[in-house]
Design a protein around this ligand. Sequence first.
Ligand code: ADP
Ligand code: MG
Length: 260
Amino acid sequence: ATVESVEHKPKVIVFANQKGGVAKTTTTLNLAVAFAERGHRVLCVDMDPQGNLTMSQGIDPDGLEQSMFDVLVHQLPIREIIRKREIDVACASIDLAGAEIAMSTMIGRERALEKAFRAIKDDYDFICIDTPPSLGLLTINALTAADKVIVPVQCEYLSMRGLIQLQNTLAMIRENLNPHVEIEGILPTLMDTRTVHAKEAIEILEENFGDRVFASRIKKTVRFAEAPVKGMSVLKYEPDGMAAQSYRDLAKEVLTHGER
Ligand code: ADP
Ligand code: MG
């Protein structure tokens, strides 16, 4: 028997892989929108100075007066920078590139994001965090604030060494900062079903990571490049398309996994 807890806490999911171009940003946004379609209250947090997630909801990072930089470095309440789009977005701009240095001498520098979330814990069911292609302080802040990590991997250029490095970082985070963070799943993305290579890559993944590899797979389609240009998720851009459906399937898989 469990004691019913009255305290609400959003489930915090981080999308991480220190390799760029593996569909971290694409997955953060589209999975978040798929959760929202099912009635969940969702916040996306852009922790990448490149601001791709911010842009993919039609927001110009260069036009922002305040962003995640101010939240992390100046303790600005995160609510003040949240914009309402398909989902809520806590925006990034290029000044975030200076945050790691600005934070380096702060006491509790790894917990700045976790602390920022305290004020909004009643407002959301899911917080989805997009990260830059590195394992620096911005990603460490995300992992410290996280319950789960989803690791998108591009089937074509599978980097086992990269995955092992990410696992080592996670082990360090568990030991020092956040004992309960764990990998929710590894997501094969940018899959070209016509090539044998993609199938081989998935077999290697499954040999090494077993059932931590999601059953969902994201196929390659130009829709994923088109939608962000219009400032939309693929679920809004082409609601009945295969691309949208693949992220709805992933949402279902993550939600049923959470029930187990
Ligand atoms: P990351 O955040 O890991 O750097 P992105 O999400 O920005 O990766 O994706 C890299 C590029 O690949 C982007 O141009 C994006 O539009 C494109 N892309 C992402 N997923 C797919 C897909 N399934 N099929 C085709 N292109 C994709
Ligand atoms: Mg990105």
